[in-house]
Design a protein around this ligand. Structure first.
Ligand code: IMP
Ligand code: MG
Length: 169
């Protein structure tokens, strides 16, 4: 296993992202939708650094159907947030933007529920892997096409608890 992003690099970047988001939403209400499971570690760090924002949070989960590990292109929302989305400013928080299929489907779902605005914040972005055009509003690190684990991200449900991001070798 090779460490790609250290705990210190993560801490600095997450603080910086939180400052940017706090400036944008200062004194406003913000509904943060955390994409399970992978985003839970990043979201916990990010949310605790938001300053002067009236935050609510909820969870959403999407899965691509089909048997392959590669996204099949068919995405289903399988955990629906319980908080009202209509009329809210929503920030979707996810671990990694890969093909873009999941997050574009989640964003479409949020918009269909009548959100007033919807932005997307991802910890990692693998732009080379995109299958549908998608740009996140806030990106921690752009990385090359490696399969990474740690800081919430898994391989077969393992490695999520590492405080750093690593490439499996
Ligand atoms: P996509 O953008 O629809 O392909 O799906 C992105 C989701 O796939 C992420 O939220 C992760 O759960 C998972 N994923 C993509 N790349 C990786 C990786 O390198 N490590 C761990 N999970 C990944
Ligand atoms: Mg995920």
């Amino acid at each position: 296993m090779k460490i790609l992003i250290t705990e210190e690099q993560i801490r600095a970047k997450v603080s910086k992202m939180a400052r940017t988001i706090s400036e944008k939403y200062r004194n406003r209400e913000l509904l943060v939708l955390i994409v399970l499971k992978g985003a839970f570690v990043f979201a916990a760090d990010l949310l605790r650094k938001l300053d002067g924002v009236d935050v609510r949070c909820d969870f959403i989960k999407a899965s691509s159907y089909g048997l392959s590990t590669e996204s099949s292109g068919m995405v289903k929302i399988e955990l629906i947030p319980s908080l009202e989305i209509g009329g809210k400013d929503v920030l979707i928080v996810d671990d990694i933007l890969d093909t873009g299929l999941t997050i574009s489907e989640i964003k479409k779902w949020v918009e269909e529920k009548g959100a007033r605005s919807c932005e997307v914040c991802v910890f990692l972005d693998k732009p080379e892997r995109r299958k549908v055009p998608f740009e996140a509003d806030y990106v921690g690190f752009k990385i090359p096409n490696h399969f990474v684990v740690g800081y919430g991200m898994d391989c077969g449900e393992k490695h999520r608890h590492y405080p750093f991001v690593a490439v499996l070798e």
